[in-house]
Design a protein around this ligand. Structure first.
Ligand code: WT7
Length: 641
């Protein structure tokens, strides 16, 4: 990489190899973004070509109308690299957590056979086009097979992160009304078996799930319920390796994925077949510069959108192997990830700042012996990456030769929308970079006025948006309208992020402006955390805030008002248990404060902003307008104790 001041540019070597090396692509795309995307869509296989590139009926829009497509045909028989060329190539490299267990490798042909067998099995169980299928699986090849099998037959997959609690699973299954759930007996995490089937059994209570398919992974003892539970292996045994792809309309739903918003209830983001395929394929190819011989490792769990797009769909659409790892990053030793990179000769590595900061904390000794000479491109996602973490990643992992792509996007956007391209640059620590060609982002003040460089405001996306943007919130048009198309009207997509740009147009993300908290890159809402805590008996009120945390980006604090006296230890324990039950281990509360009252506006709204400022260096501001300004002093005292 070439450094000029505080900005980095790609070397000749990187540029020469890159699919995109000339910045004139930005100008060209800007002239006619719809045509730009249509040209990219032409390199995808369609059963029938689309009629119109983009149709806008605010707040709804469509891409590639009346086009007929199946994303799995683009992965297998009609892969752009040619089926003959890829069929014996590796598609999945699976690294188990146990070090003495062998990795599993599946070629494209093998994967296709497994997908078709399972697709046939799903059909035999009565799954039809448009049916929702719940997937609650750990990082094992079957999670990819399940996703692709659904897509093959036009069923809508709704993956639920395997570390989510039974209750979190239940809420999502209730919303999707899925009749089938795919899960596993268990999986390994830090050397221990996690009893996933037990969670699944609890999670399907009070849902419409009638059939449960279980992958044998950990061989732990589980309870099987007759006529409801089926072993995966038994179902696929006699099925054919052939299954015709279901011809899908471009706007048919490919998947639903839940994410946190401002309220307690998670929102099911709906993604469409055509637009998502085009965006997943091209963003991967251009951003990670995917070439035929590359191996990509995206460390995100498939339970998150990053896992969907860059762990599954994008590498496979580009005909390259995707690596998935079952276990913990530092298990059994700190250098486990480093070992995996070297052992499988990973070229493209995509992870989250939290992981980088976690490793950085341990210094450099544990990875000094690794050369990482296969690595070519590094990516970061999910939260801002601070300069110190950026530098560590650049130096210790990328050995100063790999561009770091700080990629901004959201569950809602389906794919990466902001990052500088590896063959063009520029790269600047703390800045996520330039919007991709063809995208119109702006930064607006509260009144909707476009702001000049260096002024912070709300990040918005303007028409024609992007083919992969969500088409709705499942069964909740009102929420869709309110969340994304209300702040600046029905034609402006509101991201809920604050940002500013520098004089070169590079965008820096400041953070969320809503009640979403990012803990270790995971998206949580104050609403869902507070709902969970408030359900504990004897708690009359609570507020949750996120404060800056050195490793996790943000950490959770909770302020609790009790109905009757209890010890802090007891409340802490109850909250810990409750959060685990309602959400899962990712949402651990760092500190609990017992307070007499929470600061509120006269209309009764809890002022979380004020609570937060007690922990940052920001000024408290005028608190005299609160309904109960004295509460702030009392809370201050509790904090100091
Ligand atoms: C929110 C979306 C889609 C990838 C995983 C996260 C924050 C995402 C960055 C980045 C700063 C980022 C934003 C965004 N975010 N990428 N590169 N720099 N912040 O998806 O869980 O839907 O969260 O993550 O606040 O709105 P998500």
């Amino acid at each position: 990489m070439i450094k000029k001041g505080d900005i980095y540019y790609p070397t000749k070597e990187i540029k020469n190899k890159a699919w995109v090396k000339d910045k004139k692509i930005y100008k060209e795309a800007e002239k006619d973004p719809i045509k730009f995307w249509e040209n990219l869509a032409k390199e995808i296989f369609w059963f029938n070509k689309w009629k119109k590139g983009f149709v806008h009926k605010p707040p709804y829009f469509q891409w590639f109308t009346e086009g007929k497509i199946n994303i799995t045909s683009n992965i297998f028989e009609h892969n752009s690299l040619g089926w003959e060329k890829i069929k014996n190539k590796t598609a999945i490299i699976w690294e188990p957590e146990l070090i003495d267990e062998k990795p599993r490798i599946l070629t494209y042909n093998e994967l296709s056979g497994e997908v078709n067998k399972f697709a046939n099995a799903l059909k035999r169980l009565g799954v039809r086009k448009g049916d929702r299928v719940g997937i609650y699986l750990p990082m094992i090849p079957e999670v990819i097979i399940s996703i692709l099998a659904c897509a093959r037959i036009g069923a809508i997959h709704a993956v639920v992160f395997s570390a989510f609690s039974p209750n979190a699973l239940k809420i999502r299954l209730q919303d999707t009304e899925a009749k089938v759930l795919i899960t596993a007996d268990g999986y390994f995490r830090r050397g221990k078996i996690i009893d996933l089937k037990k969670n699944a059994d609890q999670g399907i209570q009070e849902t419409k799930v009638k059939k449960v398919i279980i992958v044998k992974r950990a061989e732990n003892k589980i309870k099987m319920e007759k006529e409801r539970d089926f072993w995966w292996q038994d179902l696929v045994e006699k099925e054919s390796v052939q299954c015709e792809p279901r011809v899908m309309d471009s706007e048919d739903t490919l998947f639903i994925l839940y994410t946190s918003g401002s309220t307690g209830k998670p929102k099911g983001t709906v993604h469409a077949c055509g637009g998502y395929t085009v965006q997943a394929k091209w963003t991967g190819k251009w951003i990670f510069d995917l070439h035929d011989n590359d191996i990509m490792w995206c460390t995100a769990d498939v339970g998150w959108v990053t896992g969907h797009t860059y762990g599954v769909y994008s590498p496979l659409l580009n005909g390259i192997p995707t690596l998935i790892y079952e276990g913990s990053p530092d298990w059994p030793n700190l250098d486990r990830w480093a070992q995996i990179i070297e052992k499988h000769k990973v070229n493209i590595f995509y992870t989250a700042p939290t992981a980088v900061r976690m490793f950085k904390k341990y210094g450099t000794e544990f990875i000094e012996k690794y050369k990482f000479d296969t690595l070519r491109i590094l990516g970061s996602v999910g939260e801002p990456i601070d300069e110190a973490a950026w530098n560590w990643y650049f130096k210790e992992v990328g050995k100063e030769k790999c561009p770091i792509l700080d990629t901004w996007w959201q569950t809602e956007t389906g794919g990466i929308l902001i990052t500088s391209l590896p063959g063009v640059g520029p790269f600047k620590p703390c800045f996520t970079g330039l919007p991709l060609p063809g995208l119109k982002f702006d930064i607006l003040d509260e009144k909707g006025k476009s702001l000049p460089s260096n002024k912070e405001g709300n990040l918005v996306l303007l028409p024609p948006f992007t083919p992969g943007l969500l088409r709705g919130i499942y069964k909740n048009p009102k929420k869709y309208l309110e969340t994304y198309w209300n702040e600046y009207g029905k034609k402006v997509y509101f991201t809920s992020d604050a940002a500013y740009k520098d004089k070169n147009g590079l965008i820096r993300i400041v953070g969320r402006v809503d009640d979403v908290i990012k803990v270790a890159g995971h998206r949580l809402s104050t609403g869902e955390l507070e709902d969970a805590i408030s359900r504990i008996p004897d708690i009359s009120e609570c507020a949750v805030i996120g404060i800056p945390d050195e490793i996790k980006g943000e950490a959770l604090l909770s302020f609790v008002v009790l109905k009757k006296e209890k010890s802090l230890e007891q409340v802490q324990e109850e909250i810990k248990k409750q959060i685990r039950k309602e959400i899962g281990p990712i949402a651990s509360i760092k500190n609990v404060y017992l307070v007499k009252d929470l600061p509120k506006t006269r209309s009764g709204k809890i002022m979380r902003r004020i609570l937060k400022r007690l922990f940052t260096k920001e000024e408290l501001g005028d608190i005299s307008t609160l309904a109960n300004p004295e509460s702030v002093n009392q809370i201050k005292k509790v904090i100091i104790q």
